[in-house]
Design a binder for this molecule. Structure first.
Ligand code: NAD
Length: 496
């Protein structure tokens, strides 16, 4: 455990603190090579982060392994109290962490980053209270045999993060893993590693050395070295479908459990009796327009009943036009930037494909900031794509930008079939005042997280995870901790 850590008050100083190093055994451990992290809003180099080699990745796994048995021997409630204390400390420092996050992700400080840090602290506090829930069962197998199950930690957990919501996703992995008695190596996203390091170092003050370790590097070097490491007992990954497949194969080679939270193309069905006001607000929050649509659960396929279609479209356009796109650090800004030029080009490519489709309409909303130091290319406009065939790439693929497909429907059976016509199955929403219809739709939609008349993000105590190519397993909730960060042992004791 390190003592009395106070984060620098200046975000740039905090970023410089983590120049070219890993957090291993609660120490700042320099690595041999670095990679540049850019500020997406300006295009300038924000800082240098570690580009860990396989040997440097191994050092983190060894530190986690060495800390394992002592951490697992601590009573579960005490482990939980340590994690919860880390949550309170993170909350106390939320502003500096949010400032770092806004600089590296391009997400707006007011609409996105502060909330993300607060939710991250909440996740630590939630799991911190669940230590005594690591219970087994007694089984009435035979009156002369005491038969029971116990829950044990798995060992070293590798937690691999994407860039879009790195703090919340980190906490959803490490909080249950730690409370369950595992030790952890976090692989930060090379696009946005610094807030991850800072939040983890704040939490580390409350944990024994080596229980939590954070490394950074490319997926090909650092990520692959971690997932294939012989001492990693569990992999929990959030990221793209393609990398998820590779990670799954790597786990399969060693027969270790793998949880995957991957992409999505989530439908939103607006019925003829839906509230226009609520459903338009739900489309804006559900599409995560203030996060530039960079969300796995984004309601990116919006099916609107023909009777509401024109009014819905007009209201949605008006709302989107009123959102301010600009400097992520400006308190007035609603929408920041896309993460990087490569992703911006992917988004633009999809919009160009829609534009080239006969019969389709493309509507761009809002305005890019002008006459500033900001890099204009990464400020993508909220965009609505109309009248596309269901098999169009923009309807079938995750765009991961502020681009929503709006489709008209008239027949309920048909819209359910269209909503389910996807290789993904992460989330879905239905908007109706008719209870029977709502219940029918929730039972038939092929998605792991279905909501009616609202579009909440991930909640700490509500289990969350996708079907199909959206992934494997659940995050958040007690269920996720028990199912994915413990193993069950059966014990049968003869009493004669
Ligand atoms: P990505 O798959 O490119 O990268 C994710 C992480 O995997 C990064 O840390 C990267 O370095 C690492 N990685 C890359 N190659 C690797 C390899 N061969 N072995 C091990 N690790 C490797 O994803 P991204 O671009 O950072 O994030 C966006 C994606 O994440 C989107 O597809 C989005 O839908 C998904 N996502 C899903 C959820 C969810 O809960 N389902 C949440 C957020 C984001």
């Amino acid at each position: 455990m390190t003592v009395s850590f106070t984060p620098p008050a200046d975000p740039q100083a905090a970023i410089a603190t983590y120049r070219n190093l890993n957090l291993v055994g609660s120490r700042h451990v320099p690595v041999s090579a670095s990679l540049d992290v850019l500020n997406p809003a300006t295009g300038a180099v924000l800082g240098q982060a570690a580009a860990s080699t396989a040997a440097e990745t191994d050092a983190a796994v060894q530190a986690a392994k060495a800390a394992g048995s002592a951490w697992a021997a601590i009573p579960a409630r005490e482990r939980g109290k340590a994690v919860a204390a880390g949550g309170r400390a993170l909350l106390a420092h939320f502003e500096i962490v949010a400032q770092v996050l806004a600089r590296e992700t391009g997400k707006a400080i007011r609409t996105e980053c502060r909330g993300e840090v607060k939710t991250s602290a909440d996740i630590l506090e939630f799991y911190g209270g669940l230590g005594s829930e690591l219970k087994g069962e007694t089984i009435p197998f035979n009156p002369r045999m005491l038969t029971m199950t116990t829950r044990e930690p798995l060992g070293v957990v590798a937690a691999i993060l994407p860039w879009n919501v790195p703090l919340v996703l980190m906490m959803l992995k490490i909080a249950p893993a730690l409370v369950a008695g595992n030790t952890v190596v976090v692989k930060a996203s090379e696009e946005a590693p610094f807030a991850t390091y800072l939040a983890a170092e704040i939490l580390m003050q409350h944990l024994p050395d080596g229980v939590l370790n954070v490394i950074n590097g490319t997926g090909a070097d650092c990520g692959a070295a971690l997932t294939s490491h012989a001492d990693v007992a569990k992999i929990t990954f959030t990221g793209s479908e393609a990398v998820g497949e590779t990670v799954y194969k790597s786990g399969a080679e060693r027969i270790v459990p793998v949880s995957l939270e991957l992409g999505g193309k989530s439908p939103m069905i607006v019925c003829d009796d839906a509230s226009l006001e609520k459903s338009v607000a739900g489309a804006i929050s559900g599409m995560r327009f203030t996060r530039q649509g960079q969300s796995c659960t984004a309601s990116s396929r919006i099916y609107v009943h023909e009777s509401l279609y024109d009014a819905f479209l007009a209201a949605l356009r008006a709302e989107l036009d009123s959102l301010k796109i600009g400097d992520p650090l400006d308190e007035e800004t609603d929408i920041g930037t896309i993460i990087n030029a490569k992703q911006a080009a992917v988004v633009a490519g999809y919009v160009a494909q829609a534009e080239a489709t006969p019969g389709a309409t493309v509507i761009r909303c809002g305005a890019v900031p002008e006459g500033t130091e900001l890099s204009p290319d990464l400020f993508a406009l909220p965009t609505l794509l109309l009248d596309l065939p269901e098999d169009h790439p923009c309807v079938q693929n995750e765009i991961f930008g502020p681009v929503a497909v709006i489709q008209k429907w008239s027949d309920y059976e048909d819209v359910i079939a269209r909503a389910n016509d996807s290789r993904y199955g992460l989330a879905a929403t239905v908007w109706t005042e008719n209870l029977s219809r709502a219940l029918d739709a929730t039972s038939r939609l092929n998605a792991g997280y279905v909501q009616v008349n609202q579009n909440l993000t991930i909640q700490p105590n509500v289990s969350y995870g996708g079907f199909g190519r959206s992934g494997l397993g659940k995050e958040a909730s007690l269920e996720a901790m028990l199912a994915h960060f413990t193993r069950s042992k059966t014990i049968v004791i003869a009493m004669d």
